[in-house]
Ligand binder design. Structure first.
Ligand SMILES: Nc1ncnc2c1ncn2[C@@H]1O[C@H](COP(=O)(O)OP(=O)(O)OP(=O)(O)O)[C@@H](O)[C@H]1O
Ligand SMILES: Nc1nc2c(c(=O)[nH]1)N=C(CO)CN2
Ligand SMILES: [Mg+2]
Length: 253
């Protein structure tokens, strides 16, 4: 996504979410310094080399678990959005790429990184502390920002880890993007934050993030070159029964 196309989205996001452009810029500068110090950064070309024509992008919605149990993902590049990494590991999958602002489960991100996952670490005004704490212990990192790009800090477009992963896949050559575990609804998947014990009702700031993510993915579908598909798993027997019962009680109204 070109900066001119991204800029209007970005200005709306900072206004509606109450973010500071100055803090986003400072965070990008900080990540740049940390990456240059650590010498563990990678450039666009290295990431591009692992993105195939087909990419699966894994979000942390509740449907992720059933999808991981039901489908085979061996014909594409695996890109997990932050917290979704934990679920992939539980199913024995190592993502090729993890897109994160470092608020998922860090031990899982580190483990996947040690086993080969490339990291796309996003700098924003509210994660400077996390960048300082974790970047020195991680390897093969490509840095991103939501403000103006710097030399080794990229902006491919997108806001939340999930939609940003889809924008990255499009920009780096995927022509089929399959979204898995994307349920922008009332329930946040339990993998989204390390402190969540179960799938949880959506909170206000997360609802706003979901709305932007949905809008951005719709934009990408219309304006990008890749075909975007949503993979929806069949409900488990228990969920099927619950859905049937909800249907019956709705019929009775
Ligand atoms: N129901 C859902 N619950 C959680 N994530 C979802 C859901 N549906 C889609 N997603 C996508 O999965 C991604 C998972 O990332 P995660 O929640 O770990 O981090 P995030 O984008 O940094 O959000 P936050 O800033 O609130 O932590 C989200 O960015 C979102 O795009
Ligand atoms: N300033 C700021 N920017 C963000 C934030 C956030 O919490 N604060 N969260 C994001 C991932 O959803 C992406 N960008
Ligand atoms: Mg995150």
């Amino acid at each position: 996504m070109k900066w001119e196309d991204w800029k209007p989205f970005y200005l709306r996001i900072v206004r509606e979410m109450g973010y500071s452009i100055e803090e986003d810029r400072k965070s990008a500068e900080l990540l740049r310094e940390l990456l240059l110090e650590g010498d563990e950064y990678i450039l666009r070309e290295e990431l591009e080399a692992v993105i195939g024509r087909k990419a699966y992008v894994f979000g942390a919605g509740p449907s992720l678990e059933n999808a991981l149990g039901e489908f085979d993902f061996s014909d594409g590049t695996l890109i997990s959005a932050d917290g979704a990494t934990t679920a992939l590991l539980e199913f024995g999958l190592i993502p090729d790429v993890i897109v994160t602002d470092l608020d998922g489960r860090i031990p899982d991100i580190k483990l996947a990184n040690d086993r080969g996952s490339l990291l796309v670490v996003h700098a924003h005004g509210d994660n400077k502390d996390k960048l300082v704490s974790y970047v020195p212990f991680l390897s093969r990192i490509l840095g991103t920002t939501q403000a103006e790009p710097l030399d080794i800090i990229y902006n491919f477009g997108g806001f939340t880890d999930g939609d940003r992963a889809a924008f990255l896949a499009e920009e780096l050559g995927a022509r089929e993007i399959v979204l898995v575990g994307f349920d922008f609804g009332e329930i946040v998947g339990k993998w989204s934050k390390p402190y969540l014990r179960r799938h949880s009702p959506v909170w206000e700031s997360k609802r706003k993030k979901f709305e932007f993510a949905r809008e951005l993915l719709t934009w990408l579908e219309k304006n990008g070159r890749a075909r975007i598909k949503m993979l929806i798993p069949s409900p488990t027997q228990k969920e099927g029964k619950e859905q049937q019962e909800r249907g019956r009680s709705a019929d009775a109204l």
